[in-house]
Write a protein that binds this ligand. Structure first.
Ligand code: FE2
Length: 772
């Protein structure tokens, strides 16, 4: 019998990571309630029946007995090098190393793999929560050296009160260079409220065979537990009136918008709270909800702002600060009583839950744990990186950025509640991108890509570089990563954070529209070194609802498609070396909200090559243009080619020359019955907006995501300026009106990487902030 044994490490898997993961800093004591609960009517862990409903989700393994003493509540697969990591969660320890029995057929699980467990001091502990609704021990079992593109079967044995799982299965990644087409489910910003349709369609997609799910940050919205105790404000509709679970009347039109069919209104209103009113329970329940996906396909994640800490900002009158800092529920406090890094319980700071509740292949790819990593699948190289910390002017700040004067550690009131990281080494100034391990890793990872094997390179982090909702963090993202991605020919950059669907035109640096790469509004060419297609996919659904343009605001001309009204996720399909398609799957009915094709020029055949998404006659090609005309902002190019390739997204019939082609399903055709005369039109640059596709209510008022606490220095999160602001001259490294001074100081932060920094102290004058 072959025994595959993973590296058994005493302690946590974090200890085996390539980079030591910072722990939560406890320089100042936590002075809030033992268990912060966002329900002042039923303010016990289990509720008293009078407050908000505490929702439940089935565990991954149905316990064999009615009152189990332990249970496997979550199972989540991920890729790990040439194998798979099986992550599972239980409320209590196993009393032994975690293990799985596995094999190549369901009835011959002849191999055993063992792994390691880790835990953290969560609030509340699972001893206070129903056994089947709580996770406090996290188990990682890796099975390595597996055959690519192969289905394996496994079973998690019973241990210390758990019930053994059924025989489950997973499929390994295809090896790099495998030319078979595949589809990936890409989703961002998914909580519970508003996400029911996305969940349903996502499950269908998994059953239809997507290779894996890729969730680009903002996972569960556990930190919105406190939404129910924030006073309502005109720009913060996710709220509760503090005395009962009735809707506070007449707040905003957004608040009164009913939830989609099938959604469960909880926490007292249509916006409600994501499942529960406790930070950790929100995580537990969301993960149990998503079991139907994460048990079937690898569930790959990266960090978003909502994973940083227990809260992001306070409401008017410092009600949350009063609760978390002083343990006084439902009371106001002076402005000086602000949320700090130490306002959250220690286990709810610095991405602690996120670090424990997933296991990404940072170690296998030279990255850092769940924060940045890469992997190959068939013809594509996928890069996940951290848009929240670990680059200059990151939206979540390291302590080094809080320092004043010659300090080596910040005072309590100099910190921010979302302060986090750095998770990698920082060698040099925190304001220089090259100082960061993440940047250097990205540089090396991109340089190593073998484009003959993986011609497609897709990168994702949580934060967009461009959007019609302009914000200063976007420039900071561009300053750190855009040139690198352009240099290495990243084909598409995916993100979320803004809760809508937005696809830009192919963009070069400074938002320059690469007109030559636009075949039509649904088809672009890649143009390595010149442009990248940016897609914001933040519409999975969550308590914070959609982002929308403000009244009178128009999308920027960089935006080709903008949907502000539908929830859903997207399918990315790699068809072959030259054709990628993307489809926005609406959660409401599974129909498509955007069909997009990305084509690589020049397949090296010696003939002109082109592709089209046309369902009738192909309309584009490469090769020498034989005619170009421009009228009314529409450029028409006519050319004659010897052969070309066309992608048909569905059944169609068309004639080329004397030959009629009929296809019955989505397929790629190479047409050689030429010479062929092809034309394509580009509706740019003079009137891109009129020709682009926009849907949804663009005059629905403010985003519904704005915290009302916008006083100076209140929060280092997003600083948003109005759309329409020139991209190149927008906010640079600090909010408008920020003052900057510099000094050099050493940083020695407990549990964090000690670095010497060149400190720029920013005094933020925040005019308008949006948290997504
Ligand atoms: Fe976000």
């Amino acid at each position: 019998m072959k025994i595959a044994t993973t590296t058994a490490i005493v302690g946590t898997f974090l200890a085996s990571a390539a980079q030591a993961v910072p722990t939560s800093d406890e320089s100042f004591p936590y002075t809030g309630p033992d268990v912060p609960i966002g329900d002042w009517v039923g303010n016990t862990v289990k509720g008293n029946g009078k407050g908000f409903p505490r929702l439940v989700e089935p565990p991954a393994v149905k316990p064999a007995s009615a009152n189990p003493s332990n249970n496997i509540n979550v199972i989540s697969l991920s890729y790990a090098g040439n194998g798979v990591n099986i992550h599972y969660q239980t409320p209590f320890g196993l009393g032994t190393s975690p293990s799985v029995k596995w094999g190549t057929t369901a009835n011959s699980l002849t191999n055993t793999a063992t792994g390691s467990s880790h835990s953290y001091d969560r609030t509340p502990p699972c001893s206070q929560v129903a056994v089947t609704q709580c996770s406090q021990f996290y188990h990682e079992v890796q099975i390595r050296d597996l055959k690519p593109d192969t289905t394996y079967y496994y079973k998690i044995p019973a241990a210390n009160g758990t019930t053994a799982s059924d025989v489950l299965s997973f499929k390994t990644a295809r090896d790099a260079g495998n030319k078979k087409a595949f589809t990936v489910a890409v989703l961002n910003d998914m909580g519970y409220t508003n996400a029911g349709g996305t969940f349903k369609e996502l499950n269908k997609a998994v059953d239809d065979g997507v290779a894996f799910a890729w969730h680009g940050g903002d996972i569960s919205y556990a930190d919105d537990w406190y939404s129910g105790i924030l006073p309502c404000a005109s720009d913060w509709p996710v709220c509760y009136n503090g005395s009962n679970s009735e809707l506070p009347g007449g707040v905003t039109p957004d608040y009164e918008t009913p939830l989609p069919d099938g959604e469960v209104p909880n926490q007292g209103g249509p916006r409600g709270g994501d499942m529960s009113v406790l930070y950790e329970s929100n995580w537990d329940l969301w993960q149990q909800w998503i079991n139907s996906i994460s048990m079937k396909v690898p569930y790959m994640v990266l960090p978003g702002n909502h994973e940083a800490a227990c809260a992001e900002f306070d409401g008017p009158d410092q009600v949350l600060a009063s609760y978390l800092n002083d343990n006084k529920p439902n009371t106001t406090s002076p402005k000086s009583n602000k949320l700090t890094y130490y306002s959250c319980p220690p286990s709810q700071r610095n991405y602690t839950a996120y670090q424990h509740r997933f296991r990404m292949p940072g170690q296998e790819s030279g990255g850092v744990t769940n924060f940045w990593y890469s992997f190959d699948y068939g013809l594509a190289h996928f890069i996940a990186f951290n848009g929240e910390t670990d680059y200059p002017y990151s939206p979540e700040w390291p302590f080094a950025r809080d320092l004043k004067g010659g300090e080596s550690t910040p005072k309590e009131n100099e910190t921010f509640v979302t302060d986090s990281g750095p998770f990698g080494a920082v060698d040099g100034s925190i304001y220089t991108k090259e100082s960061y391990e993440q940047y250097r890793w990205l540089e090396q990872d991109l340089a190593k890509v073998d484009r003959k094997k993986t011609p497609w390179v897709i990168a994702m982090s949580h934060r967009p570089m461009y959007s019609s909702q302009v914000s200063s963090y976007q420039k900071n993202m561009r300053d750190s990563f855009e040139a690198l991605f352009l240099k290495h020919g990243v084909d598409a950059y995916l993100s979320g954070h803004i809760h809508w669907y937005e696809r830009t035109f192919p963009l070069g640096s400074n938002g320059t529209i690469d007109k030559e790469s636009i075949v039509n509004n649904n088809t672009y060419y890649t143009n390595p070194g010149k442009s990248i297609t940016h897609i914001i996919n933040g519409m999975a659904g969550n308590i914070e609802s959609h982002s929308t343009l403000s009244t009178g605001q128009s999308p920027l001309n960089i935006t080709c498609v903008l949907d502000q009204s539908h929830y859903g996720f997207s399918k990315l399909t790699i068809h072959n070396e030259t054709v990628l398609t993307w489809s926005f799957v609406k959660g409401s009915d599974g129909s498509s909200g955007d069909d997009f094709t990305l084509i690589k020029k020049g397949s090296g055949s010696g003939n002109s090559t082109s592709t089209s998404t046309s369902t009738s006659v192909p309309t584009s090609s490469l090769g020498t243009a034989t005619g170009t005309s421009t009228a009314g902002g529409v450029t028409t190019v006519t050319e004659v080619v010897n052969s070309y390739t066309t992608y048909c997204p569905g059944s169609t019939t068309f004639t080329q020359g004397s030959k009629t082609y009929t296809v019955t399903k989505a397929t790629t055709l190479t047409i050689t019955d030429c010479p062929c005369t092809l034309t394509h039109t580009t509706s740019l640059p003079s009137a891109p907006i009129s020709s682009a596709v926009f849907s949804g209510n663009s005059t629905a008022g403010s985003s519904g995501n704005s915290p009302s606490n916008t006083e100076s220095g209140a929060s280092p999160t997003d600083i948003t300026s109005g759309a329409g602001q020139p991209l190149a001259s927008g906010p640079t490294t600090s909010p408008a009106g920020a003052a900057s001074t510099t000094s050099s100081v050493p940083v020695a932060q407990a549990g964090r990487t000690a670095v010497a920094v060149h400190l720029s102290v920013l005094v933020a004058i925040v005019a308008f902030a949006v948290v997504l």
